[in-house]
Design a protein around this ligand. Structure first.
Ligand code: ASP
Length: 320
C-alpha cells in the first residue's frame, strides 16, 4: 500500500550568505510546512498527486519569499521571465513553459500545456498568449520591490567599478532579498500515483530569454510510476546531466530516494562544480531530501505528521 505524502522545496542556496537571518529562515520553513500539509489535505479530500503538487507550487508562487511567481528574480533588464513544469508520472504526461512574462501561476499554465495541447513546452510570447486565452494571466505584475532594489544595487556596483569585492558582498546578500529560491513539489497519492512540479523566476540577472532546468522535463522535474523528483540550483548543471530523470531512474534501479538524490548531486558537482538540490519520493511514500549548497528549504506532510527545515548537510563523498 502506498503511503500518501507531499514533499515541497523552496530552493537551495548556491552561495554562502554572509548575513544569516535564522528568524526569516524559520518563518519560510513554517510556511513550507503549512503548504505541505495543505497539499496533503487536498489529496485526503479526493485530489490526485498531480492536484497536490500544482496546489503546493501555486501557494509558493504567491509568496514573495520564494523565487517564483510574484517575487521572482529579475533578469538583466529588470523583467520577470518565469519557467515551470509539471509531470504526471502515472499517465506519463508532462507540460512546461519557459521564459514567459506576466504569468503568476506558471505551474498552472504548464498543466494547461499538458492537458490542453498536443505539446510539452511552450515558450516566450506564445506561452503568454496561451495564458491570456485561458484567463491564466499574461499581464500580471510580478515585480517585488526587494528584487528590484537588489538588481539596482548590483548594477550600481558594476557601473561604479566597485570591483569584484563589492559585487561579491552583494551576491552574498542575495538570499536576504528573497530568503529562499525556486520552488517545487513531489507527491504520491493513496492510489500510488506520482507527480512532480517546479516553478521559478530563474537565476538573478540572467540574460533575457534564458530558460533553465525548471522548464525542462528530465532536468528540473521528472516523474514515473516508480518515483518523482524536483530540483533546484544552477539550472545549467541539471540540464547537462538530466538530473531529475536520473534520480527517478536510479530509484527505479533499486536505490533509495535519498541515495539516488545524493549520488546524482555528487555527479553534478563532479562534472560541473555547481551546487544543487533535489527532493524525491518513491511510490511507497519513502522520501529523499539532499543538497550540495548552503541550505535547501524543504518540508513534507503526510497522515498526521509534518516536518521540514533548512537542510545543510551535504552527501558524503562530495569532493569540495
Ligand atoms: N534552477 C533554477 C534555474 O536555474 C534556479 C534555482 O533553482 O534557484 O533557473
Amino acid at each position: 500500500m502506498p503511503t500518501p505524502v507531499v514533499v515541497v522545496h523552496g530552493g537551495v542556496r548556491v552561495s554562502a550568505p554572509r548575513a544569516e537571518d535564522p528568524e526569516a529562515d524559520e518563518e519560510a520553513v513554517d510556511r513550507l510546512r503549512w503548504i505541505a500539509q495543505s497539499a496533503y489535505r487536498a489529496m485526503e479530500a479526493g485530489g490526485s498527486a498531480l492536484d497536490a503538487v500544482e496546489l503546493a507550487v501555486r501557494l509558493m508562487e504567491d509568496d514573495p519569499r520564494f523565487n517564483a511567481g510574484y517575487g521572482s528574480a529579475l533578469n538583466l533588464l529588470g523583467e520577470v521571465e518565469v519557467d515551470a513544469s509539471i509531470m504526471d508520472g502515472h499517465r506519463m504526461r508532462a507540460g512546461a513553459v519557459g521564459g514567459v512574462k506576466g504569468v503568476r501561476h506558471a505551474v498552472s499554465l504548464a498543466r494547461a500545456v499538458m492537458e490542453r495541447t498536443p505539446h510539452i513546452l511552450l515558450v516566450g510570447e506564445g506561452a503568454r498568449e496561451f495564458a491570456r486565452k485561458l484567463g491564466l494571466g499574461g499581464d500580471d505584475d510580478l515585480i517585488h520591490e526587494k528584487r528590484a532594489e537588489y538588481r539596482r544595487r548590483v548594477l550600481e556596483a558594476l557601473r561604479s567599478g566597485g570591483g569584484p569585492k563589492r559585487l561579491r558582498s552583494l551576491l552574498d546578500l542575495m538570499p536576504m532579498y528573497g530568503v529562499a529560491d525556486t520552488v517545487g513539489a513531489v507527491a504520491v497519492d493513496s492510489e500510488g500515483r506520482l507527480a512532480a512540479a517546479t516553478s521559478t523566476g530563474g537565476l538573478t540577472l540572467k540574460l533575457p530569454g534564458r530558460v533553465g532546468d525548471s522548464a525542462i522535463i528530465g532536468a528540473g522535474t521528472y516523474a514515473s510510476r516508480t518515483a518523482a523528483c524536483s530540483g533546484t540550483g544552477i539550472g545549467e548543471a541539471a540540464m547537462l546531466v538530466l538530473g531529475a530523470y536520473r534520480v527517478v531512474k536510479w530509484i527505479g534501479d533499486g536505490k533509495s530516494p535519498q541515495e539516488a538524490a545524493e549520488e546524482v548531486l555528487v555527479e553534478i558537482h563532479r562534472t560541473t562544480g555547481y551546487a544543487f538540490g533535489f527532493i524525491s519520493v518513491r511510490a511507497d511514500g519513502e522520501i529523499g531530501v539532499a543538497q550540495t549548497g548552503y541550505g535547501l528549504f524543504w518540508a513534507a506532510g503526510g497522515d498526521g505528521w509534518v516536518e521540514g527545515g533548512v537542510k545543510k548537510e551535504r552527501p558524503k563523498g562530495l569532493l569540495t
